[in-house]
Ligand binder design. Structure first.
Ligand SMILES: Cc1ncc(C[n+]2csc(CCOP(=O)(O)OP(=O)(O)O)c2C)c(N)n1
Ligand SMILES: [Mg+2]
Length: 576
């Protein structure tokens, strides 16, 4: 077989069902193979950025990885933001780009972006774990295997392979052998470090044993598929669990031990508990403790006895603050090892469970979970986004996947949507590129067609990647797109308006008819002006079982529920 067929067979062998692309001369040899590989559906996007975002969404929803194809030169440069997004969120994404034949390099060839010209490989180098050009057909197999392994093992992230057209047509002999999970998805943990953890949890001096222990779960728990392990651990020892916004849903938000989100768009119980002086041990599972995940590096979250951090990537441990018990390893495996520990010890920790339960009850009783909860019932016209999110949650089934874009709507969704499972809430939280959710939602729905899926986006985001709803329509991918249509780059407007009408004017968007736009591209659509119209419109979208857009006319004046974050930002001083 030739290299193009070989690559596609390998992707299918690794369990992929879809790949994403924008065609062009430099990947022409892929087209016959793409059209003929059973079980692997190629989705042609409007824009290469869209194709790469779709592959990213596919990776996040499926738990496998995503693959996208583009021509070198303009196709590759169109993907730069998407690849940066995958990098910052550690999403496993493989980009395959085409290149001029090797004997044309550096001779003024059309779209030459080989290392002798524009240099795609170098463009992607700072954005990927590995960016390589295959210059010898005997290396196709090797570079593919090495790139997939680098992409999947450890911290994960995007990789890039550039294939000149003569390499794409090269014959390949060896059959693809599936990657072994113990390499591609390692499940190791440093057992010695777990023993250190037990010495903190149950010191020889039993009077000093910590009672107030909290877990903060990040994306590492999601990647490890460790939700059940975390629930079992929390329930056995009565340990309250918060999540980061990125990992929302990894611990069911309606579980009695859930504190909700800590950090940006966070919930009161999580913030009150973790910032209180009470916490003795904070167990951070698979979170890099970024600015937003620490409420602007708020040192009040440091516990009195021990900060414990579990991460597959040792470079992340201690990046923000020194850690008392660093544990290099997989979050799920770490929890499993903790659970199998010496029965005597575990019994003593379990004995303090009732005290933790009492503490948790007191935290919960001290006030509502949500800030400004009354807004979820707002009768305002134009609508309040909090009301929109609440009505959406009421209509959509429990297993819905919500894919959220960048803007004020991110904070409303993060705060008011309740998520019940891992990979049920997807958002590009570290780079926050506008428009990501629209194609990412299409990729996610392709990966998990059996689950209802809603993209919540803004009118500003629609102006960036809204055209990709046409891709959903063309392929019948039944995603529901909810546009929070507030005639503004909303969260920028909220700041700009304080500077006066001149500044605010720069952030205003004309009132567009996004439902009309959607219909013109082949989607079903509805426009909502009144709060009572929300539930019927969402039900209609759900029942359509076809791509559908709900254009919700909202007011831009409503502030987002992020006051603890804003206060922490103002209070921040660099103490290190
Ligand atoms: C590619 C990109 N450009 C600019 C920004 C800065 N930015 C963040 S949110 C936002 C406005 C989003 O507007 P909209 O989609 O209408 O959402 P809203 O805030 O109104 O809910 C802007 C300009 C960004 N995050 N990404
Ligand atoms: Mg807007």
């Amino acid at each position: 077989m030739i290299a193009t067929q070989y690559l596609l067979e390998a992707f299918r062998g690794e369990g992929l069902t879809h790949v994403f692309l924008v065609p062009g001369g430099l990947i022409d040899p892929f087209l016959p193979a793409l059209a003929a590989t059973d079980g692997l559906t190629p989705i042609v996007a409007c824009h290469e950025g869209g194709a790469a975002y779709m592959a990213d969404g596919y990776a996040r929803a499926s738990g496998r990885f995503g693959v996208c194809f583009a021509i070198g030169g303009p196709g590759v440069t169109n993907m730069v933001t998407a690849v940066a997004t995958a990098r910052t969120d550690c999403s496993p994404l493989m980009v395959i780009s085409g290149q001029v034949p090797t004997d044309w390099e550096g001779r003024g060839g059309f779209q030459d972006s080989s290392p002798a010209a524009l240099n795609d490989v170098a463009i992607f180098q700072p954005l990927t774990i590995s960016s390589l050009m295959v210059e010898n057909p005997r290396l196709v197999h090797h570079h593919l295997r090495a790139s997939l392994t680098k992409m999947l093992a450890g911290a994960q992230g995007p990789v890039h392979l550039s294939l000149p057209t003569d390499m794409q047509r090269a014959p390949i002999q060896a059959p693809w052998r599936k990657l072994d999970d113990s390499v591609a998805a390692p499940r190791f943990v440093d057992r010695h470090a777990i023993e250190r953890l037990w010495r903190v949890l149950e010191p020889p001096e039993s009077a000093a044993a910590p009672v107030k222990i909290v877990a903060l779960a990040g994306a590492g728990v999601e990647k490890s598929g460790a939700t059940n392990d975390l629930v079992a651990f929390a329930e056995r020892f009565e340990i309250p669990v918060a999540t980061t916004l990125r990992a929302k849903g990894v611990f069911p938000e309606d579980h009695r031990l859930s504190l909700g989100i800590f950090g940006y768009a966070g919930h009161r119980p999580a913030i009150d508990a973790i910032l209180s002086d009470d916490v003795e041990v904070l167990l951070v599972l698979g979170s890099g403790l970024s600015q937003r995940d620490t409420l602007f590096w708020d040192r009040k979250m440091l516990p009195s006895k021990a900060l414990v951090q579990v991460d597959l990537d040792p470079q992340v441990i201690g990046r923000t603050w020194p850690v008392d018990v660093p544990i290099v390893g997989d979050c799920g495996r770490a929890l499993q090892v903790v659970m199998t520990y010496d029965y005597q010890l575990a019994q003593a920790l379990a004995a303090t469970g009732p005290q933790r339960r009492e503490w948790l009850e007191a935290i919960k009783a001290a006030g509502p979970r949500y800030f400004e909860q009354e807004n979820t019932a707002s009768a305002a016209v134009p609508l309040h986004p909090a009301r929109v999110v609440q009505e959406l949650r009421n209509v959509m089934p429990r297993d819905t996947v919500l894919v959220v874009d960048s803007g004020a709507h991110r904070a409303f969704c993060g705060h008011y949507w309740e998520a019940y499972g891992p990979r049920s809430y997807l958002s590009a939280t570290n780079l926050g590129p506008m428009g990501w959710a629209i194609p990412a939602g299409i990729g996610a729905k392709a990966a998990r067609p059996e689950l209802p899926l809603v993209v919540v986006t803004g009118d500003g985001c629609m102006l960036m990647h809204g055209l990709e709803i046409q891709t959903a329509a063309r392929y019948g991918i039944a995603a529901i797109f909810v546009v929070i249509n507030n005639s503004a780059l909303g969260n920028v407007w909220l700041r700009a308006v304080q500077e006066g009408p001149g500044a605010a004017g720069l952030t205003e968007v004309p009132e567009h008819d996004w439902a009309g736009f959607a219909r013109s591209l082949g989607l079903g659509a509805a426009t909502v002006h009144q709060p009572e119209e929300l539930a019927p419109a969402f039900s209609q979208a759900l029942e359509a079982k076809a791509p559908f857009l709900v254009d919700v006319r909202c007011d831009r004046k409503f502030t987002t529920p992020v006051s603890p974050y804003s206060q922490a930002k103002q209070a921040w001083v660099d103490e290190d």
